[in-house]
Design a protein around this ligand. Structure first.
Ligand SMILES: Cc1cc2nc3c(=O)[nH]c(=O)nc-3n(C[C@H](O)[C@H](O)[C@H](O)COP(=O)(O)OP(=O)(O)OC[C@H]3O[C@@H](n4cnc5c(N)ncnc54)[C@H](O)[C@@H]3O)c2cc1C
Length: 418
């Protein structure tokens, strides 16, 4: 009997693949339904995978092993699998979604396939402990679960830990998997939120800036000591710092650097389609132009970035909004245009797991057999999905990873029990 802890993305794939090979499978899920996190993916549309499968999108300390694992369940296979269970997909700007754009259809199709294959799924059971049944032996695993207040145990010959990480908000997420792995003697690297907004140091003038909710296109450079990472796209200023897809993409590098106690800064170019010189010329030329010199500073500088941002940067530059633009100092305007094309703030931290989409860190890939997802030091124990040291970029990479690792584990269990 195979026990799978977690009826999420990777657990369902593992169960389906093992059951298709004739294995008896029981899935234990503490939510009252399957795939709650899956339902929330892609804003309810479920971004299944991405057209661009290049390795840099699957971030890990051991990317070559991640590549070996992914190669066994490619994007094409994933799309083929979903088509087979009634979910054709379509690609929008490189992002693959179910044709119907409903995550609920994906979850229903997976759950129906589990039912067709007679996989036993127990909902509302919280697994609280997982241990080997005979210390050091290959005699299977005992899991202790809380079933509506009643504690009971189950024994499995092989066990898949597919219980994801702590990222997400009220989706059933937990760090049980990491705790269970450590108690089973499996090394777990420090794990942190990833694909998460950043908390910035904003003191003095910056602390009082009324910019929460303002969105704009920007180019970001994250500087962690001597390392630099860049992203471009729409950002959102918030009361704690900064959010948006490009920020989320950079967050795992900030997480690692903060963890190493390195100084982390982010430079925000809020006018990425102009060079710094072009912006300086634009601002300075207004000062010579009677169309603008008759206005006050706030009015004269309108039109380059949203007004709230402009007002904030004016305050930073010592420019008073109401002062006649003709009297605004050149030094102030130079500082204003400098900030427009490269405002640097210190990154203080990350927002909590509730605002994260995934976890970085976890089980080092050197601990698993890449062809099976079995833990080398604990025969019979398999690990999938977010528990492993791979965090994908935004764009379907985390689900591709979860589905691929689930499929590899499920097929390996099928071969083992054939
Ligand atoms: C809001 C949000 C949006 C996202 N959007 C996307 C997207 O569009 N594309 C993408 O690629 N990725 C996306 N992700 C990331 C993706 O959802 C995860 O990486 C993926 O679901 C991880 O799969 P998993 O199988 O490891 O874990 P999960 O899918 O989280 O499944 C784990 C399951 O285990 C259960 N469980 C946990 N602990 C226990 C326990 N002790 N006992 C019993 N059951 C337990 C949980 O309830 C859960 O059902 C998003 C994440 C979030 C939070």
């Amino acid at each position: 009997m195979i026990g799978i802890i977690g009826c999420g993305a990777s657990g369902m794939l593992a169960a389906i693949m093992a059951a298709r090979s004739g294995c008896k499978v029981t899935v234990l899920e503490h939510n009252d339904r399957p795939g709650r996190k899956l339902l929330a993916t892609g804003n309810g549309k479920c971004n299944l995978t991405n057209e661009d499968q290049s390795g840099g999108n699957f971030r890990s300390d051991l990317p070559e092993i991640a590549q070996t694992i992914r190669g066994q369940f490619s994007k094409e296979e994933l799309l083929g699998f979903f088509r087979e269970i009634g979910i054709p997909a379509h690609c929008r700007r490189g992002y693959w979604y179910p044709q119907c754009e409903q995550a609920s259809a994906v979850v229903t199709a997976l759950a129906e396939e589990l039912r067709r294959l007679c996989v036993r799924v127990l909902y509302g059971v919280d697994v609280v402990r997982a241990e080997r049944s005979a210390e050091g032996g290959n005699d299977g695993f005992i899991v202790t679960l809380n079933d509506s207040g009643i504690t009971r145990t189950m024994r499995f010959d092989q066990m898949v830990l597919a219980c994801g990480g702590p990222a997400g908000d009220r989706l059933g997420q937990s760090d049980f998997g990491f705790r269970a792995l450590r108690s089973l003697g499996v090394p777990v690297m420090r794990y942190q939120p990833a694909l998460v907004p950043l908390v910035l140091e904003r003191t003095g003038v910056d602390a009082n800036a009324d910019i929460a909710g303002v969105r704009l296109e920007a180019e970001l450079t994250l500087v962690c000591g001597t390392d630099e990472y860049r992203e471009k796209g729409e950002i959102v200023w918030t009361d704690y710092g900064i959010s948006g897809i490009p920020v989320m993409q950079l967050s795992r590098y900030a997480a690692k650097a903060l963890n190493d106690r390195r100084d982390v800064r982010i430079t925000v170019d809020m006018v990425p389609d102009f060079t710094a010189d072009e912006i300086y010329q634009e601002v300075m030329s207004r000062r010579m132009n009677p169309v603008f010199t008759e206005r006050n500073a706030s009015e004269a500088l309108l039109g380059i970035v949203p007004e709230k941002i402009s007002n904030w940067l004016m305050t930073r530059a010592g420019i008073s909004a109401k002062e006649p633009f003709a009297k605004t100092s050149e030094a102030g305007l130079a500082r204003y245009s400098e900030d427009l094309s490269g405002l640097t703030l210190r990154v203080k931290g990350l927002r909590p797991y509730a605002q994260a989409q995934t976890t970085c860190g976890g089980v080092p890939l050197s601990e698993v057999i890449p062809e099976t997802m079995e833990i080398k030091a604990v025969p019979g124990l398999y690990v999938t999905g977010e528990l492993l040291d791979v965090d994908g970029a935004c764009g379907g990479y985390n689900l591709q990873w979860a589905f691929a690792t689930g499929a590899v584990a499920g097929r390996a269990l099928g071969r083992r029990n054939a």
